[in-house]
Design a protein around this ligand. Structure first.
Ligand SMILES: Cc1cc2nc3c(=O)[nH]c(=O)nc-3n(C[C@H](O)[C@H](O)[C@H](O)COP(=O)(O)OP(=O)(O)OC[C@H]3O[C@@H](n4cnc5c(N)ncnc54)[C@H](O)[C@@H]3O)c2cc1C
Ligand code: SF4
Length: 427
């Protein structure tokens, strides 16, 4: 059955300018003064990096912005980034006691204010004569490199791409996090004396055993950037893109697809980001999800923002084929129905015309980093931050259950602590 799904109007033309305004000094001090300085601050518990929110907020209220920034950076070296991207509604702000009244302290805005208005003294580095290799230049790699450098290691970061920053640089949409913010923190890591080797994919251009020989310790921080495919007929057609290809090409670029139709397949936060980026390129966008609205794994606020921007949602649809002659023309879906709270595939199919289909159904790590090691490219559980390989540790999305920037940063500190505990040897 062919249905005309695309007959809605986009609310307004959007661009990639950052959407959130910073606080002024007066607003920041006033906001910080609202904090009741709880005896047992739940906001701290809600932060995966355990930033002492209560104390830094107190320091902002006292206009000691340098000390406030210093307090944050004891636990989190990249506050300009986290203050823009943390899902605070389920972290510090969601846990703030005042959230019960809907008047939680705007902790992320205060963190950003401190990051932009405070200064910290750089720690003096005492060289320890040891060498560390970090594989991957995303938040986990950058935080690990910084932590190791501050402990006196000579650090080299091996990054497969041509720039450091990882997903925050190319994946997180620029209207949330401008690329310049990430680049300025990469520069800060470079200024500390960390060396970057770009265009070297470990497991392909350089082998892990070579790094294990040359360096005293190796940290694997490769993230989960590999797409999950659907394995459907027509997936190779021009116009069918995975989330990572799409964002790498189009995040931040100016639109030239006005009037064209894009279908985003998936219901998570990455699908919402792809949909909102596609809107900014000028596409009419439909998100097609296999279950119902209530089962969408994305944050409600992300879905609402997508809706406000004109994204339309269609539920109970699973793609079964991409149709076209060289180029995508239609996506065929199988419909599902709900019976006793179960989703049951029906015999009914529908076709949706589309110039682009963006597949955003999940991501995984690329095991090729382990080629030529004892593990022969086979992944292992790394949640303890130490790998079953000599002097090799791991941090970031590949170790974390909660896959966020701040958790990646927090895991870097934990991985370095684990390395110290094991005397640099690994398991
Ligand atoms: C679309 C999208 C939006 C997101 N939005 C948010 C958000 O708003 N807030 C939030 O907190 N989190 C968000 N996340 C999650 C967040 O980006 C990740 O949790 C975080 O970036 C993980 O950091 P990482 O350093 O482990 O990995 P990554 O950021 O993925 O960095 C890994 C780096 O390693 C490099 N690399 C990979 N393999 C190799 C190799 N073999 N050799 C050398 N280099 C290699 C990659 O090129 C990359 O630069 C989002 C994720 C996605 C996909
Ligand atoms: S929970 Fe809220 S009110 Fe209490 S210390 Fe933290 S920010 Fe302040």
């Amino acid at each position: 059955m062919h249905c005309n799904y695309f007959n809605h109007k986009q609310v307004k033309r959007l661009d990639f300018e950052e959407t959130k305004e910073p606080l002024t000094e007066e607003q920041a001090v006033e906001e910080a003064a609202r904090c009741i300085q709880c005896e047992k601050p739940k906001c701290v518990k809600g932060c995966p990096a355990a930033v002492d929110c209560k104390e830094f907020i107190r320091l902002v209220a006292e206009r000691d912005f340098d000390a406030a920034l210093g307090k944050i950076m004891e636990k989190n070296p990249f506050p300009s980034i986290t203050s823009r991207v943390c899902p605070t509604q389920v972290q510090c702000e969601g846990n703030c006691v005042l959230s019960k009244t809907g008047k939680e302290i705007k902790i992320s805005d205060l963190e950003r204010f401190a990051a932009e208005n405070g200064k910290v003294e750089e720690k003096e580095i005492v060289e320890n004569g040891k060498k560390a290799a970090v594989v991957g230049g995303g938040p986990a790699g950058l935080a690990t490199a910084l932590e190791l450098r501050e402990k006196g290691f000579a650090v080299s970061v091996f990054e497969a791409g041509e720039r450091a920053g990882g997903l925050p640089l190319w994946g997180i949409p620029h209207y949330k996090l401008p690329a310049g913010v990430v680049e300025s923190w990469v520069s800060r890591v470079k200024e500390k004396g960390v060396e970057f080797v770009f265009g070297k994919k470990v497991g392909k251009d350089v082998m892990l055993p070579e790094l294990q020989k040359e360096f005293d310790v190796v940290f694997i921080c490769i993230g989960e950037n590999k797409e999950k495919g659907l394995g459907l007929q027509g997936e190779e057609l021009q116009g069918v893109l995975y989330w990572n290809e799409f964002l790498q090409k189009f995040n931040g670029s100016s639109g030239s697809f006005k009037g064209k139709k894009a279908v985003v397949i998936g219901g998570g936060n990455t699908a919402m980001d792809c949909a909102r980026v596609a809107v900014r390129l000028g596409y009419e966008v439909i998100v097609a999800y296999r279950k119902t609205r209530d089962f969408m794994p994305c944050y409600e606020s992300e879905r609402e923002k997508a809706e406000e921007e004109g994204v339309k949602f269609e539920f109970l649809l699973s793609p079964i084929e991409f149709l076209g002659n060289g180029r995508l023309e239609k996506v065929r879906f199988q419909k599902a129905r709900i019976e006793k709270e179960q989703f049951i595939a029906t015999q009914e199919t529908v076709e949706m015309e589309a110039d682009a289909a963006i597949i955003a159904i999940g991501q995984q790590q690329d095991n090729s980093v382990l080629n030529e090691t004892e593990l022969q490219g086979k992944w292992i559980e790394a949640s303890s931050f130490s790998m079953p390989l000599k002097r090799t540790f791991a941090a970031g999305d590949i170790t974390n259950e909660e896959k966020t920037v701040v958790s990646s940063i927090a895991s870097a500190k934990k991985a370095v602590r684990e390395m110290e505990k094991l005397g640099g040897e690994g398991k």
